[in-house]
Design a protein around this ligand. Structure first.
Ligand code: ZN
Length: 563
């Protein structure tokens, strides 16, 4: 997402996710279906949730679902999962016939459902799969935000990140347990409802007052959303992938639609096409950009991105947030951080690709300027004493929406790119994406893929930039030896001892001659000692020395002194 807190400029039935390499949880959810009834006059919602899950043999005999503050009316269980894909009836009566009632326990935060024995009744029944049906109702305290929009009209928007889906959706509400999701939403007839995925194949079209959306790919619970209200929906040029046509829609409050179509989303299709060229085909079957009441600047919900409404209303919304959220569809949604300490795999990537896509569309200076402001945002932040991969905030993931996850994360990618070269970098990103698509990954997974593609041990790089806090602060002294035609350099790492020392295999120095031209020379800075001495050939006495003149490294120069 794009955090406002930071102020950064910023169906194969029951098949397992591709590239699923994590150890399987002993109960893993495969599919959620939520039938949600919304009201024009009341904040009370009624939900029928159908949760299909896989149990490993000898796994727990209880399914625990996160659900906060709702009233649970009934719970049913079946292990005859094959019947569940008969199109759903929305009525509770039909449900009762299929599901055996279960005596559940619910403490207002966790719903515990005892499970029957795996079925041996029929070879057509997948033994380790089962399904529960839960009916509940109430006024969500969070997660589903009901109220009026900036123009005074009633709207309902989900806003789940990080673990707020559980206030309205009975889920295993952790980023590591991705699943497919379907929503059937009953809403006032004048409303439109957007959600993840597409209208299910062969089902009846969206009818007034009843909307049905379904994903084919597993997505994290923090991106399982609905948005409901009065919208103008404009179709932008679709993305064509071979025989697949991916609709690209812009959902806006009617008052703001002309602005949205002509300014922030003017190049929405081109942005997707750039990511496709750099990484891989778009991961989902449609993409909707939705004006909403999310509390974040933007929220990358899979195939239905939500944006804060105010920048539309004030006509100050730009394209950067669209590039950021669109790139999350690949990094964050399709490949998801396995747990919160690895969130830079989502936010660092999206922050970097905002600049990378901008550079493809408008020239390299976009990326250069983005990286410069990313560095400034990070330097002035309060998190320089903490590493990027930070397990200290696991209980409070909102604190990870910080300058380590975003701008420094982007810098890690930028420096990795210059360390291993464009070719290995993008090949590595594509392999990483392909390997972990529709699944989850850790920083170690990413490192392993990159090291293989680069054919290099990059332990030092990952250690110093991701697990060590801070950044190098350099004092540089220089002296020209006219007889030897050499510059003698002393480079001292002045950062706090707690940050450790940094290895900079290529530190570029720029020497300005009397004619104004800059001649570049590279030196290597060692992490073994605080002071590195070097001498470089130079045919003239420089008038000025610049450190890292092309902005390739996240560092700060504290002094440049002629001896
Ligand atoms: Zn983001």
């Amino acid at each position: 997402m794009r955090s406002r807190l930071l102020g950064l400029a910023a169906v194969a039935l029951l098949s397992m996710p591709r590239g699923s390499v994590s150890p399987k949880p002993r109960i893993g959810v495969l599919d959620y279906r939520f039938v949600v009834t919304l009201s024009e006059s009341s904040d009370t919602i009624a939900v029928d949730a159908y949760v299909t899950f896989e149990r490993s043999p000898g796994g727990p005999d209880t399914l625990s679902l996160d659900l906060i503050g709702m009233t649970v009316d009934s719970v049913g269980y079946t292990n005859a999962v094959w019947t569940s894909y008969v199109p759903y009836s929305d009525t509770a009566r039909a449900k009762v016939k299929r599901f055996a009632p279960v005596r559940f326990s619910f403490d207002g935060r966790v719903l515990r459902i005892p499970l029957g024995k795996p079925s041996t009744a029929s070879p057509s029944v997948r033994q380790n799969y089962a399904q529960v049906a839960i009916s509940y109702h109430g006024v969500p305290q969070d997660g589903l935000i009901e109220g009026t929009n900036a123009h005074g009209h009633r709207v309902v928007f989900a806003d789940n990140w990080p673990e707020r889906a559980r206030f309205w959706l009975a889920t295993v509400d952790r980023p590591g347990d991705k699943a497919r999701v379907s929503f059937v939403v009953h809403a006032p007839p004048s409303w439109k409802v957007v959600s993840n995925g597409v209208q299910p194949f062969l089902e009846q079209p969206h009818a007034p007052g009843r909307w049905w959306w379904s994903t084919h790919e597993p997505i994290p619970t923090y991106t399982m959303v609905i948005g409901a209200g009065e919208f103008t929906v404009s179709q932008h040029r679709p993305v064509i992938n071979g025989r697949d046509t991916i609709p690209l829609e812009v959902w806006t409050y009617p008052e703001d639609s002309a602005f949205a179509d002509s300014v922030p989303f003017r190049r929405a299709t081109e942005i997707v096409e750039v990511m496709q060229r750099l990484i891989a085909p778009f991961p989902y079957e449609k993409l909707a950009h939705v004006q909403s009441s999310t509390k974040f600047g933007g929220m990358e919900n899979a195939s239905a991105i939500f944006y804060a409404e105010k920048p539309y209303v004030e006509r100050r919304m730009g394209e950067g947030v669209v590039r950021h959220e669109t790139s999350h569809q690949w990094f964050g949604d399709a490949v998801t951080e396995r747990d919160w300490p690895d969130i830079w795999l989502s936010e660092g990537f999206a922050t970097y690709f905002d600049g990378v896509i901008g550079a493809v569309l408008d020239g390299d200076s976009v990326l250069v300027n983005r990286m410069r402001s990313n560095a400034e945002d990070y330097f002035k932040s309060a998190v320089t004493d903490r590493p990027i991969v930070d397990s200290g905030y696991a209980a409070d993931p909102i604190k990870l929406l910080n300058a380590n996850s975003y701008p420094k994360g982007a810098w890690v990618l930028h420096m990795l790119r210059s360390t291993i070269g464009d070719s290995a970098f993008f090949r590595g990103l594509r392999t990483y994406y392909r390997t972990y698509r529709d699944s989850t990954a850790t920083t170690e997974d990413f490192q392993r893929v990159i090291e293989k593609e680069a054919r290099a041990n990059l332990g030092w790089f990952f250690h110093q930039w991701l697990y060590q806090p801070g950044y190098p602060q350099l004092d540089v002294t220089w002296q020209y030896d006219a007889g030897a035609r050499k510059v003698l350099l002393g480079i001292t790492q002045r950062q706090k001892p707690e940050w450790g020392l940094f290895r900079l295999p290529v530190l570029t120095l720029g020497f300005r001659g009397g004619d104004g031209a800059i001649v570049r020379r590279d030196v290597t800075v060692s992490e073994r000692s605080r002071v590195t001495s070097a001498r470089v050939d130079l045919p003239f006495a420089p008038a000025e020395v610049r450190v890292d003149p092309d902005g390739k490294l996240l560092l700060r120069v504290t002094a440049i002194v002629r001896r």
